[in-house]
Design a protein around this ligand. Structure first.
Ligand code: ADP
Length: 597
């Protein structure tokens, strides 16, 4: 047995599956195994019923030779053998109906369980991803992350969990069938063992390493192709401007050709086991025929054994084939196990929000001796920063590109954690557990605003179900962020779709959406990061006006700006260089310096 079911891979996969399954899955696995056993028994019973029924039909006198049949015949009051045979055949049909209906229900329960496991894993991974820090997203390719969450759990269920259950169910059925046959004729079992077992082992040896190679390679190429397709779709404008369609298509074609080759080979490889096993069985039959030619005395015993061997082989061969496919699948999709395990790793220091209430912020925000160095950086990008911002203050931040402005903002948003110093609110240091509560106070208007592929409602009342939207507040923030004209001009008003990533909006309009979103959230602190650098003069004027309108509200504001006009309403403007404050100015001082130069 050790060689037939390669211990290392099957046992280690079952152990891995066991370590991946959630506690409530484990309870249900026991139920699944029980159902599999029932299915196996019904399967064998159905088959076992064929012989007695056939013997009754071909020789009705057997009805009265069998004690059981005769008792039923008498107690149900049958008048003749034919009416009893009708009854037997109808019962026989119902046994098969029941057996197959039960098999369908068991398959349904088995796949519902397996795909339930997939969705649970997928959701847990999704939750884990949400708890990762910004650095994690900088370090990982987004296509891979999406595949790991969405595709891999379903691969796990389809190619590891279901095949393992299938393998167990086939083993159960095989044991029952072989035991039943051995009761009839032990020689047939011996014959099956010496013919089918070696071919089973050889076939498995033949396919296993190939299958593993094909599946691992298919996964690698699939990721590569998805990435290439995404890049071409997102990079449409650049691809067209550089007239590089052919170049990107040729890259895609190279990988597609390999992909086609892998699909063809993997598919063919799946068909091979059944062919080899069938060939072996038929070879055994032919050898027996030859034997009868040379040793005529063996004819009698072979003629008894042969029909049973053929009948048994026809039932056992598909079973063996399914087992080989299951084994091949388990071997081929080993790479999924590590991906799933990694995705389910508990994340240390997650900002698990114990309390959903926003933090209270009354007097000031303080960067106290804050330093941050990126893992791949050679020197700190923020270096001993000390900065205090009073509640309601409008703070401008200027500095050359690469001076550390975005890093400071990411520390403020708690997406990056300083290695030295700390961020203090009302003289109290923000802890890891308070990240979510702190972020609830903040509205962030980035240079590239993230827009959901949906309407104005979904984009302004971000993450709020339509029926829960406060329309009065929504209308107010639309006016305040100067979006009313955009909404009016859109064909379906607030219900108009903005398009994936806001493709149907201008850069300025997208930023106004972000402003409206921050205001709808009642953010007390608004952060504008290079909000106006990519805008034309008209849009810049409009954004500056909306910032001005918001400035009148009691909001604390950080404005990281390229254009000086945006800073008009700032109480203080800090200049940053090499992650440090190198000067602080009023707007008038800055404007004067520019005029003088
Ligand atoms: P700014 O917003 O002022 O243009 P940043 O805060 O983006 O500046 O960057 C400050 C410094 O940190 C730069 O030298 C930049 O190269 C470096 N930096 C920014 N992001 C990363 C990163 N993810 N990994 C490594 N270095 C980074």
């Amino acid at each position: 047995m050790k060689n037939i079911f390669p211990k290392n891979i099957v046992i280690s996969t079952i152990k891995d599956i066991n370590s991946i399954l959630f506690p409530h899955h484990k309870k249900r696995v026991v139920l699944m195994m029980f159902l599999i056993l029932i299915g196996g028994i019904l399967d064998v019973l159905g088959l076992a019923a064929i012989l007695p029924v056939a013997s009754l039909v071909f020789d009705p006198s057997n009805i009265h030779k069998s004690h059981l049949c005769h008792t039923i015949f008498v107690s149900l009051g049958f008048e003749n053998d034919n009416s009893f045979l009708y009854f037997v055949l109808v019962c026989f049909w119902f046994i098969f109906l029941f057996k197959n209906a039960a098999a369908a229900v068991i398959s349904f329960l088995q796949s519902r369980f397996s795909y339930g496991v997939a969705t649970d894993i997928s959701q847990k991974q999704f939750e884990n991803i949400m708890n990762q820090d910004l650095q994690y997203f900088n370090d990982h390719n987004s296509t891979n992350l999406v595949r790991n969450i969405q595709i891999m759990p379903f691969h796990f269920s389809t190619y590891l969990l279901l095949p393992s259950l299938m393998l167990m169910s086939e083993i159960v059925v095989l044991i029952i069938i072989l035991t039943a046959i051995s009761l009839y004729d032990i020689a047939v079992i011996g014959l099956m063992f010496i013919t089918l077992t070696p071919s089973f082992i050889l076939t498995y040896k033949l396919i296993k390493s190939r299958t593993q190679f094909y599946e691992t390679e298919r996964n690698r190429l699939n990721t590569e192709l998805t990435k290439q397709a995404y890049q071409t779709i997102h990079g449409y404008i650049d691809v067209k401007l550089f007239y590089k369609e052919k170049y990107f298509l040729s890259l895609f074609k190279v990988n597609q050709a390999k992909f086609k080759h892998l699909f063809t080979n993997a598919y063919t490889l799946n068909l091979i086991p059944s062919k080899i096993i069938e060939l072996t069985a038929i070879s055994a039959v032919i050898i027996m025929f030859f034997y009868t030619l040379y040793v005529p005395s063996a004819k009698d015993s072979i003629s008894v054994m042969l029909p049973l061997f053929i009948a048994a082989a026809y039932r056992v061969m598909p079973s063996m084939n399914r087992m080989l496919i299951a084994l091949g699948s388990i071997k081929g999709f080993q790479y999924v196990i590590q991906i799933i395990k990694d995705g389910l790793q508990p994340i240390p220091n997650t900002s698990e929000n114990l309390n959903n209430e926003a933090l209270i912020f009354n007097t000031n925000i303080e960067f106290r001796d804050v330093s941050y160095q990126y893992p791949s950086g050679k020197k700190p990008s923020v270096d001993g920063l000390n900065m205090t911002i009073l509640k309601g203050q409008k703070v401008g931040i200027i500095g050359k590109s690469g001076s550390g402005k975005t890093t400071i903002i990411n520390i403020l948003l708690r997406f990056l954690k300083e290695q030295q110093g700390g961020l203090y609110i009302d003289n109290k240091r923000i802890t890891v557990n308070e990240d979510n509560q702190w972020r609830q106070l903040i509205g962030y208007v980035k240079q590239s605003v993230f827009i959901i592929d949906g309407d104005f409602y979904e984009n302004i009342a971000f993450g709020v179900a339509k029926q829960d939207i406060d329309h009065e507040k929504l209308n107010k923030v639309i006016k305040l962020s100067k979006l009313d004209e955009v909404v009016e001009k859109s064909a379906f008003g607030l219900n108009s779709n903005i398009g994936e990533n806001g493709t149907r909006l201008s850069g300025g309009q997208r930023q106004r959406i972000a402003i409206a979103r921050a205001l709808y959230k009642d953010a007390q602190i608004l952060v504008f990061d290079e909000a106006t650098s990519a805008l034309d003069n008209q849009t810049e004027k409009e954004i500056t006006e909306s910032i001005e309108a918001i400035s009148k509200e009691d909001k604390t504001m950080f404005i990281v700006a390229h254009r000086i006009t945006t800073l008009k309403n700032c109480d203080i403007i800090y200049e940053i260089e090499n992650g440090k404050i190198t000067g602080s100015f009023t707007y008038e001082e800055i404007a004067k310096t520019i005029l003088e130069n």
